[in-house]
Design a protein around this ligand. Structure first.
Ligand code: ZN
Ligand code: ZN
Length: 188
């Protein structure tokens, strides 16, 4: 299969499935993950997909008519932002960026680095506002709750995060562990 055909095929797959892992694409298209990474880079540059942890997601490009609703779209993947899972970044220029979930929020935070003064999000159980740096994050639970894969849910205490993991699996991380994990992922 030619590279151009493969890229078309990847577009088809991600349009249908919305989220897809690099390893799945590699298996499906019978090429190495390295090759898929190179193909995907082009689609990321085109703005067709966004990178996720170990895979890609279909990007929803905001149209011009949607412009005034721009603040209701995730600043990373352009999905609509649901207040309950929003992860907001307060920037040095007093600007606020909203992302759809902790997954996008942390990735965006790593992109913006020093421009981020503070990250604010919501406790999964109570919906109370919490500062991300004191939160606990549950990575990849078995239930589908938020939008981006793998899901990251936020809790205001380790105790509640542990309780959640008992019922729905996943892994608990504190803020610094979570940032480090996502940083590792951005390197590839
Ligand atoms: Zn997003
Ligand atoms: Zn999301």
């Amino acid at each position: 299969m030619l590279r151009i055909e493969r890229i078309e095929r990847i577009k088809e797959i991600v349009s249908k499935k919305k989220n897809v892992k690099i390893s799945e694409l590699s298996k499906e298209l019978k090429v190495s993950e390295m090759t898929i990474h190179r193909d995907v880079k082009q689609l990321v540059d085109e703005g067709f997909v966004v990178k996720t942890f170990g895979g890609i997601s279909l990007a929803q490009t905001p149209t011009i008519q949607n412009h005034e609703h721009h603040r209701d779209k995730c600043s990373l993947c352009h999905r609509p932002v649901n207040d309950r899972f929003a992860y907001q970044l307060i920037l040095t220029n007093d600007h606020i960026e909203r992302t759809c979930c902790a997954h996008c929020g942390i990735l965006r935070q790593l992109q913006l680095q020093d421009q981020v003064v503070k990250a604010i999000t919501y406790d999964f159980f109570t919906g109370t506002t919490i500062s991300a740096h004191v939160a606990y994050f549950v990575m990849d639970p078995s239930v589908q709750i938020t939008c981006c894969q793998p899901q990251i849910l936020v809790f205001d205490s380790k105790d509640n995060a542990d309780k959640f993991v008992k019922g729905f699996s996943g892994k608990v991380h504190n803020y610094h562990e979570m940032l480090d994990m996502m940083k590792e992922f951005l390197k590839c």
